[in-house]
Design a protein around this ligand. Structure first.
Ligand SMILES: C[S@@+](CC[C@H](N)C(=O)[O-])C[C@H]1O[C@@H](n2cnc3c(N)ncnc32)[C@H](O)[C@@H]1O
Length: 213
């Protein structure tokens, strides 16, 4: 843990404030992009996510899905209106209140590490969240908890860079090496399938796909 990084408490406050003060696209999207470009960025990731889900499941038959760090529900709402049974969680009260008022699906304010679902999910995904969990212990507990919510035969889809080294950007981003993702997920019985880069501008992030055999 580097001392320049926000503490866990401050990181949660940062997101709460960002959801309160930014528009829906800038709150959860890339603040360096225009709203129009962020719309494209969301469309591309939604398409990729669906494609990855469709490689294992029929995307038209209802799946139990968890969106971990759902923000203001741009992915969860789409999937829920498409017929899936979607639960969204986020640590930001403002984001969750927005989702309850505006999105389809069921929403809970919770940190990922503390979430205890009533049942397991066919698909658990977390888009652009894990690298914002700065404390290594909290990150590990959060990732292990997400793994524990995946049903046998189900998928875990997480986004981060695919690097050998840790890469810290500013005070609220820690990209962890792929070995860290593989280590935690293997320990709790998930196997790594593959990695799919976003390929959007110069964005180095992409989707890690794991499954519970
Ligand atoms: C970059 S935004 C992405 C939001 C959403 N996935 C999207 O792409 O629109 C990161 C989100 O993660 C949430 N978050 C950060 N740390 C979290 C944690 N430990 N548990 C749950 N949510 C968290 C933030 O509140 C924020 O909504």
């Amino acid at each position: 843990m580097t001392s320049d990084l926000l503490t866990q408490e401050k990181a949660i406050e940062y997101w709460e404030e960002r959801h309160r003060e930014s528009n829906i696209l800038k709150a959860g999207g890339d603040r360096g992009l225009s709203d129009a470009a962020n719309k494209l960025f969301y469309a591309l990731r939604a398409g990729r996510l669906l494609e990855l889900i469709a490689r294992r499941f029929n995307p038209l038959s209802p799946l139990l899905i968890l969106d971990a760090g759902c923000g203001r529900g741009l992915f969860s709402d789409l999937l829920s209106r498409g017929g899936h049974i979607v639960t969204g969680i986020d640590s930001s009260k403002t984001a969750i209140e927005y989702c309850i008022d505006n999105c389809s699906g069921e929403y809970f304010c919770s940190e990922i590490r503390n979430f205890r679902p009533r049942s397991l999910f066919d698909v658990v995904y977390s888009i652009d969240v894990m690298f914002h969990i700065l404390d290594d212990r909290v990150w590990e507990d959060s990732l292990a908890n997400l793994c524990s919510t995946v049903i046998t035969g189900g998928l875990l889809i997480i986004t981060d860079t695919h690097l050998k080294e840790r890469w810290i950007k500013g005070d609220y981003i820690v990209h962890r090496p792929s070995d860290d993702y593989l280590g935690v997920t293997q320990q709790v019985g998930l196997s790594f399938k593959d990695f799919h880069p976003y390929n959007f501008g110069g964005n180095p992030i992409g989707f890690y796909v794991f499954e519970r055999p």
